[in-house]
Design a protein around this ligand. Structure first.
Ligand code: CP
Ligand code: NVA
Length: 320
């Protein structure tokens, strides 16, 4: 049966762990001539209703480096739901390509694509989740925390948004400690908090939602932030920038973290808003390692969905 990756919750904790490990292995062999060109002749359609740098480049490169091909569509080209309904777009695309990634305004759109296609659909960001980002984030955390992983604390400071939701689910599933501090009215959605708590209880993960950014950052190994106004919320920028001021990741805030803390940001950053230049350009910042890891994570996700037997063999061969 075909699998989709619309939410972190589409993969079991064990599958998430394997996907992160596979990404780490694929990173090691990136520049070597691999037998790993398993996707020769396979193609990916990439639908973007919103702008992108990292997701767009890394998905296309991931496909090419695995031997396949990617085609990009801007929403203006397809006019999904205007020129043609979502189910009809889906029923066309599945006749030509092997996998679809979609960056959309509404979660419902990516779910409808998946429901109407017999091929895998990957959520390349929607209003409530950014699951591929979270896989790359955990790869980065695992690399930087070496032997201690997953016994680390990650503090997320700012908007309880799509990035925060996917991180909550993956941290809880993989046994990390995650603290989220958001201003009133901008907390993560209760459904994600509830599900993350369940996942945490089933394993060793723990999540705490709070108001105070200093409390969240206390003793943290990782400090993560994201823009205050996500794509689609630009008209609220002024109001948000007032509400979020105490949540800026700056020199004052980071002094409460563990001495060897690292700073993460999914990017793009709005410098001078959620993060200062001093911090994003400083020695603790790992944001470009994180951006690089998008590529390795995308490959692992694509292989897991399109060639699961190869993904499994690769993991086993490296465990020997
Ligand atoms: N982090 C991220 O998804 O970047 P893009 O919006 O540039 O794809
Ligand atoms: N939360 C941000 C993430 C961008 C990668 C947004 O949705 O715009």
């Amino acid at each position: 049966m075909k699998r989709d990756f619309i939410s972190i919750d589409n993969f079991t904790p064990e599958e998430l762990d394997q996907t992160v490990k596979l990404a780490a292995q694929l990173k090691k062999v990136r520049k070597t001539p691999l037998e790993l060109r398993p996707l020769v002749g396979r193609s990916m359609a990439m639908i973007f209703e919103k702008p992108s740098l990292r997701t767009r480049v890394t998905f296309e490169l991931a496909m090419v480096e695995l031997g396949g091909h990617a085609l990009e569509f801007q929403s203006v080209g397809i006019q999904i739901n205007e020129r043609e309904s979502v189910p009809d777009v889906a029923r066309n695309l599945e006749r030509w390509v092997d996998v679809v990634i979609a960056r959309v305004f509404k979660n419902k759109t990516v779910r409808m694509l998946a429901e109407n296609m017999r091929i895998p659909v990957i959520n390349a960001l929607c209003n409530i989740e950014h699951p591929c980002q979270a896989v790359a984030d955990i790869l980065t955390v695992a690399e930087l925390s070496k032997g201690r992983f997953p016994k680390v604390k990650l503090a997320y400071v700012g908007d309880g948004n799509n990035v925060c939701h996917s991180l909550l689910l993956i941290c809880a599933a993989l046994g990390l400690e995650m603290a989220v501090a958001s201003p009133e009215g901008y907390e993560p959605l209760p459904g994600f908090v509830k599900r993350a708590s369940e996942l945490g209880k089933a394993g060793d993960g723990s999540i705490t939602i709070m108001r105070d950014p200093v409390e969240a950052v206390k003793g943290a190994d990782f400090i993560y932030t994201d823009v205050w106004a996500s794509m689609g919320h630009e008209d609220e920028s002024e109001k948000r920038s007032k509400n979020f001021q105490p949540y800026q990741v700056n020199a004052d805030l980071v002094r409460h973290a563990s001495p060897n803390f690292h700073v993460l940001h999914c990017l793009p950053a709005h410098r001078g808003e959620e993060i200062t230049d001093e911090i994003i350009d400083g020695p603790h910042s790992k944001v470009f390692d994180q951006a690089e890891n998008r590529l390795h994570a995308q490959k692992a996700i694509i292989l897991k969905l399109l060639a699961p037997e190869i993904a499994e063999r690769q993991i086993k061969s490296n465990n020997k």
